[in-house]
Design a protein around this ligand. Structure first.
Ligand SMILES: [Zn+2]
Length: 200
């Protein structure tokens, strides 16, 4: 369940040089409020400002639509210099930061995978996805110049997370079948997504 709602912050309350339309008092204030939306009580973004007038004596409250035109210019004046505080954007700012971090981390991880595929090591494990969307592992058992020999696991999983269990089996996870790949073939397998990850 998503708690989405609105709250509001009063950004200004100024006394103005006008008389109350109801009691003729000159204690008239202009109040401008800035509503903002929030999700789980985290402010997301500010919305359009709302102005009103309040009489200090009779407490009559008039919205922008109800107030006389002469009050309106005070409201516009206050609005013109009232900027929404930064914290009202905190939710959106946080989302933006998380997203940028996610993109950054994923680029870093891609760079690392490219480095690893170019420098194979004995015992290194590749995580594969086949055409049936099953996942399995292979282990490098031999390297001869540009050719890398991988030993396949006999086990597959329908989920990427299932590879953790296969990996935990250690040497028992791997069977008899061994296939050679050139470095270029491995790189293209990584680009195509057949190799989804490389254990460092
Ligand atoms: Zn009044």
């Amino acid at each position: 369940m998503l708690f989405y709602g609105h709250n509001s912050k009063t950004v200004s309350a100024n006394l103005i040089d006008e008389k109350c339309t109801y009691c003729d008092s000159n204690k008239l204030s202009i109040i401008v409020q800035r509503p903002y939306s929030h999700v789980f009580w985290i402010p997301m973004f500010p919305m359009k400002m709302v102005g009103m007038s309040v009489c200090g004596d009779c407490k009559q409250l008039l919205t922008e639509k109800e107030m006389p035109a002469s009050y309106k210019k005070y409201v516009d004046d206050v609005k013109s210099y009232s900027k929404a505080p930064l914290w009202m954007w905190s939710g959106l700012i946080a989302c933006g930061l998380l997203l940028s971090y996610g993109i950054f981390a994923s680029q870093k991880h891609d760079e690392l995978k490219n480095q690893l595929i170019s420098a194979p090591k004995l015992g290194q494990i590749y995580e594969w996805r086949n055409e049936q969307n099953e996942y399995t592992l292979s282990k490098i058992v031999k390297i001869n110049k540009d050719t890398v020999y991988v030993q396949w696991s006999d086990y597959t999983s329908t989920k990427l997370t299932g590879l953790t269990d296969i990996s935990k089996m250690g040497d028992k996870a791997f069977g008899e079948q061994i296939s050679p790949f050139t470095l270029n073939e491995l790189k293209s397998k990584l680009e195509k997504g057949d190799i989804v990850d490389i254990e460092n």
